[in-house]
Design a protein around this ligand. Structure first.
Ligand code: ZN
Ligand code: ZN
Length: 604
């Protein structure tokens, strides 16, 4: 933890509308409050059952660590036997549930996987518990966040306010997740400890054992050729692959994506091999929750008569034959692995829902709004009506959905991208339409993308509580993460978001000449960053401000390359990139070397 950061955070706490509930009630006739700690001393100790789960033990140690940071006091960590008679009125913080607690407080034991939690007191005793898998752990972090203002904004960017005294009379808070599986797909959000602290439980193709409390791993995407590869089968069995214009095609390396293809799903051998290999794979990798059987990342579904007859049977939709195929794999898998699910995609040519068929109960369709306008919420932009129709159609026939959503500019990670206003309404839309999980795909390869830390943090908070006050979270982040500079960065942020009008539509690619950007916006923003840098509390915060400025510098370089070269904007941009070791400014296109060449060779 950075002490200076904490100091500036505290200085500005009064400006921040965080829910910093002091553990004190003001009723003058109430009984004496219980003193949790005072002047670096405490009478309290943390107590765990000897049968506590791994994540409860970890969370209790976290509680001990952060309470020490807050108070300076050492809270001993003790174990009790799960059936022993516990003392009355002792200064103890119990983490996790146990039979001993049950006989003491008379509550029901939560289910192992229940992620909801409660923390409350009975007299001087404090209780924090939920399900043993992750619920108690989440309770500990909410206790620290809500009652002391602790924040874990990004890996290595903690804000832990210190306190001389903390006391309480009554405390009772219950909370539960708004979304079952929360997958925040940003580079900065892949830190398993940061994920646990921010209640993220969804990952892509990851080993749950790496994360405190584990996670729900959705293994794989675009897996057709992963299981049935052209190099292994095409020569002997070209009929396993798509028939395109009278020819069996399997050319996964062709630079022309129009020449790449899929599997011939109606071929019984394709189904047989796929089923066997998926089962083998689950046997070898049993740690995932969902296993993907899904189309390659291009088009060209099979045109053969048998495939097209199935497409026709299911409403003329390519998703129909896909669900027909995946359902059969899922049915076979269920016999051996009843607790595993088979995932697939509703993406591009399979985005519309089929008719006359439904995904089985153990099939999880991952629907992708890759074509959507992200300037406006899904439900309120006319350009998103066809996606909303597809979403509602899928929700009507599916036991559950899992959304693969896109929340950054993939062509230019580093450019200003004012889509913050859609994050909350879209997550709500997904939840209202049977989403059990949402994956928010962001800039996942490295640091340095536009407001990466803020976006990853806000998304984590929204996936847990889709009804939260977004403005409050952003204010809290701006002042906690950027200190005094945060007021100017918030101003820049607001101007940028406000540049979106009902007429400005954009998707996952946005270029520098989009009408929503103006020279005035660029110049005013650079001016705001100058002010932000002037008041930076310390070197670390200055670094963060420089990183936050990169997008607007990039925008200026793209719009006015000659001027940017002459007035030092370009050099400043490159200097910060080099200092931070950032090499990637887009998912695929617009790489850094091309960008440099463009600016350096630009003429008036
Ligand atoms: Zn076919
Ligand atoms: Zn729109």
């Amino acid at each position: 933890m950075n002490n200076e950061t904490t100091l500036s955070y505290r200085t500005f706490l009064s400006l921040v509308a965080v829910a910093l509930t002091l553990l004190v009630t003001t009723n003058p006739v109430a009984a004496q409050p219980h003193v949790l700690f005072s002047d670096g001393e405490t009478d309290y100790a943390i107590f765990l059952s000897s049968e506590a789960s791994e994540s409860e033990v970890w969370a209790a140690k976290e509680l001990q660590h952060w309470l020490k940071e807050i108070s300076g006091a050492t809270f001993a960590l003790n174990y009790y036997q799960p059936t022993e008679a516990l003392p009355k009125q002792a200064p103890r913080i119990y983490v996790g549930f146990s039979p001993a607690l049950q006989s003491k407080i008379g509550e029901e034991e939560p289910k192992w996987t229940d992620e909801s939690f409660r923390y409350f007191n009975r007299g001087p005793e404090l209780y924090i518990y939920g399900g043993k898998e992750r619920g108690s752990m989440y309770g500990v972090f909410s206790f620290l966040e809500n009652e002391f203002g602790c924040r874990w904004y990004a890996p290595g960017a903690d804000c832990i306010p210190t306190r001389c005294i903390s006391q309480f009379e009554t405390l009772d808070r219950h909370d539960s997740p708004g979304l079952k599986v929360r997958n925040d797909f940003f580079y900065t959000a892949f830190d398993p400890v940061w994920m646990a602290r921010n209640k993220l439980n969804g990952r892509m193709s990851s080993n749950p054992a790496e994360q405190p409390g584990g996670c729900e791993s959705y293994w794989g995407v675009h897996t057709f050729y992963r299981f049935i590869s052209p190099s292994e089968f095409y020569d002997k069995h070209p009929e396993y692959f798509s028939l395109i214009d009278g020819k069996r095609v399997a050319d996964p390396d062709n630079a022309d994506w129009g020449k790449r293809a899929q599997l011939c799903l109606s071929n019984p051998n394709v189904l047989k091999i796929m089923t066997r290999r998926v089962k083998d794979f689950i046997r070898e990798h049993p740690e995932h929750a969902i296993y993907s059987v899904s189309q390659n990342d291009w088009g060209n579904p099979c045109q053969c008569t048998k495939c097209q007859a199935l497409v026709k049977k299911y409403g003329g939709k390519e998703s129909g034959i896909l669900i027909w195929f995946v359902n059969q794999v899922a049915e076979a898998v269920e016999k051996e692995f009843p607790d595993k699910q088979i995932g697939t995609l509703a993406y591009q040519y399979t985005r519309s829902a089929p008719q006359n068929i439904q995904p089985r109960h153990n099939v999880v369709v991952r629907l992708c709004p890759i074509e959507a306008c992200v300037a406006h919420p899904l439900e309120s932009c006319e350009k998103n009506q066809s996606f909303m129709d597809d979403l509602r159609d899928w929700a009507a026939i599916s036991p559950q959905l899992y959304i693969w959503d896109y929340v950054v500019n993939f062509q230019r990670y580093i450019m200003p991208y004012p889509n913050f206003a859609v994050l909350q309404p879209n997550i709500k839309t997904f939840i209202n339409n049977k989403a059990i999980g949402v994956m928010e795909q962001g800039s996942y390869q490295e640091r340095g993308a536009e407001f990466q830390e803020l976006k990853a943090y806000l998304i984590a908070k929204l996936m847990w509580n889709p009804g939260l006050d977004v403005d409050q979270v952003i204010n809290d982040f701006m002042l906690g993460y950027y200190g005094r500079s945060g007021q100017y960065i918030r101003d820049y942020f607001d101007r940028l978001q406000q540049s979106v009008t009902p007429e400005t539509h954009f998707g996952i690619g946005l270029d520098a000449w989009d009408p929503l950007f103006t020279d005035e916006l660029v110049n005013e923003s650079i001016h705001l960053f100058a002010k932000a840098k002037k008041v930076a509390d310390n070197e670390e915060i200055l670094r963060r401000v420089n990183l936050a400025e990169l997008p607007i510098l990039y925008l200026k370089c793209k719009r006015e390359p000659v001027k940017s070269r002459e007035d030092g904007t370009f050099q400043q941009f490159i200097r910060t990139l080099e200092k931070e070791g950032i090499e990637l400014i887009a998912e695929y296109r617009d790489n850094l070397e091309d960008f440099k060449k463009q600016v350096l060779s630009a003429k008036e």
